[in-house]
Design a protein around this ligand. Structure first.
Ligand code: SIN
Length: 322
């Protein structure tokens, strides 16, 4: 039998952050410690049944995430997932854009092996750092014989990439799966399932990965919000080729709208969006509500995000434009 391993890919974040003092959980720098050092801080790993292999893919504060890092991460994930001796992957990541990366990996890789993203809300230097336990829980999920798909593990909870959203700026349990519900929980090295492991379609992945990994410039997709006294001029400026050119930016190919309630739009914004769509810009409507999903009314001229949050709908729209 092949001796199986779990590969841990480091990308930075607060989990790898350092502060000048152990009681400082705010004034720290993210993305300082290497992934090997993070692994060394996980308690009680002597009995862990898999070999661990660590690789530093990036070292960033995830607010500064760029598509080149996504491309590199996608390629490294695809490489390791294809190795027969790899049981699964764990990715350490900042919390701020974690759901975007998780959704991207889900949409492109849809792996039949587990890919578990984890994070921390307190830096590694904090006296009560949450990173080591989160990393241990993520390794427990990746090691489970039935685990599959892209998930996020934080504060003892397992979320699917499809449902997870950061909902709190400081709480240790900063993520929610909303109405979809969580996949399960990890407690004391044991997994308790509340739902199903994410569904996988590995068969589609390879060609998509090659294409995405090789593009030089991702389609530009912006997010606008519908709110009281919204201005159509915001949309007109965003999609103006002249404005893009003046700032040396690529032209906008898609817009995701964080719409009010059940996908409704301020009339001025709607008129501008219709103009943009007529000129060839793809428009997708998501809801700015945290829970539930907008049911776009029959006859509405825009595409629905199908329940994806605005940031995930943006990832989906970029992928569909590649
Ligand atoms: C980051 O997203 O990289 C910093 C914030 C965090 O990890 O909580």
């Amino acid at each position: 039998m092949i001796h199986q391993k779990i590969v841990v890919l480091g990308t930075g974040g607060t989990i790898a952050g350092e502060a000048a003092s152990a009681d400082d959980a705010i004034g720290y720098n993210a993305a300082i410690r290497g992934v090997q050092t993070l692994l060394a801080s996980v308690p009680g790993m002597a009995q862990f049944p898999f070999e661990l292999h660590a690789e530093q893919v990036a070292q960033i504060d995830s607010k500064d995430l760029e598509t080149q890092i996504w491309q590199h991460l996608l390629l490294r994930c695809a490489y390791w997932l294809a190795q027969p001796d790899v049981r699964g992957l764990v990715i350490t990541h900042g919390t701020d854009t974690l759901e975007e990366t998780a959704y991207l990996l889900h949409a492109v890789l849809s792996p039949s092996k587990p890919v578990v993203l984890t994070c921390a809300m307190r830096p590694a230097t904090a006296v009560d750092a949450d990173g080591p336990q989160n990393l241990k829980d993520a390794l427990t999920v990746a090691a489970h014989s039935a685990a599959q798909g892209v998930m996020v593990v934080c504060a003892g909870t397992i979320h699917s990439a499809q449902a997870v959203q950061k909902v709190h700026p400081t709480r240790l349990d900063a993520f929610s799966s909303g109405d979809a519900g969580v996949v399960g929980r990890v407690h004391d090295g044991q997994i308790f399932l509340d739902g199903n492991w994410p569904v996988c379609q590995w068969i589609y992945a390879q060609a998509a990965i090659e294409k995405i990994a090789n593009i030089k410039q991702w389609p530009r997709v912006e997010i606008v919000m519908s709110h009281a006294a919204a201005q159509g001029a915001t949309v007109d400026a965003l999609v103006s080729a002249e404005v893009a050119q003046r700032f040396g930016a690529p032209a906008v190919q898609g817009l995701v709208v964080a719409a009010t309630g059940n996908g409704t739009l301020h009339h001025a914004l709607e008129a501008a969006l219709l103009r943009s769509q007529a000129s060839g810009v793809r428009v997708v409507i998501a809801s700015r509500c945290l829970l539930g999903s907008a049911a776009v009314k029959p006859g509405v001229s825009f595409q629905s995000s199908q329940g994806l949050s605005p940031v995930k709908a943006r990832v989906a729209l970029m992928l569909s434009l590649i």
